[in-house]
Design a protein around this ligand. Structure first.
Ligand code: SAM
Length: 162
């Protein structure tokens, strides 16, 4: 498979899993936490499919197109390791959905991130919170949900807090 094919598959899978997660959390209150703005593609999709949700974006360096950047109140700038543990007063309660798109594809980085990020994510979850991650997380009180049909195992990880 060419890198182009792989990229197309990844983007199609990403849209499928975001749409699926939006349906799962429809009955839940709470904001969306978007970990990693990047060029703002998934942020823009999330605000389109969840127009009534507050979406807080976490990013160390804003490089997205100005059309895909939230207002200042919803951008939490800095290293996620530093900001995520202290954002509770700002986000105001457990998140409905946490989307973590931080992986650079390096398996060692993914393992290190799994160790520090998992407990931080768990702190912002309540019963029913859905978590999507590009790499595996270690979330004790969560069930691992099956991926929507058509997404290969290991491309994404989908969890829901019990
Ligand atoms: N979801 C985005 C999109 O659709 O455009 C792509 C996100 S990109 C793969 C990952 C982003 O996460 C990068 O912009 C990077 O700067 C940011 N990032 C990675 N690790 C981070 C960290 N520890 N703290 C803050 N930002 C981080």
């Amino acid at each position: 498979m060419s890198r182009l094919d792989s990229m197309i598959n990844r983007l199609v899978a990403q849209r499928m899993i975001l749409n699926h997660a939006a349906d799962l959390v429809a009955p839940l209150p709470g904001p969306v936490l978007e970990l990693g703005l990047g060029n703002g593609r998934t942020f823009d999709h999330l605000r389109e499919i969840m127009p009534d949700r507050e979406i807080f974006v976490f990013e160390r360096k804003i490089t997205a197109s100005p059309r895909s950047i939230p207002d200042a109140e919803h951008v939490i700038l800095g290293e996620i390791r530093d900001t995520l543990p202290f954002c509770a007063p700002r986000i105001g309660g457990p998140a409905a959905l946490i989307h973590s798109d931080l992986s650079n594809g390096d398996p060692t980085d993914d393992l290190a991130r799994k160790a520090w990020l998992s407990p931080m994510i768990a702190e912002h979850a309540g019963s029913g919170t859905v978590v999507i991650s590009g790499h595996e997380l270690d979330l004790a009180d969560f069930e691992r949900l099956p991926l929507p049909e058509g997404i290969r195992e290991g491309r994404y990880y989908l969890y829901r807090k019990r």
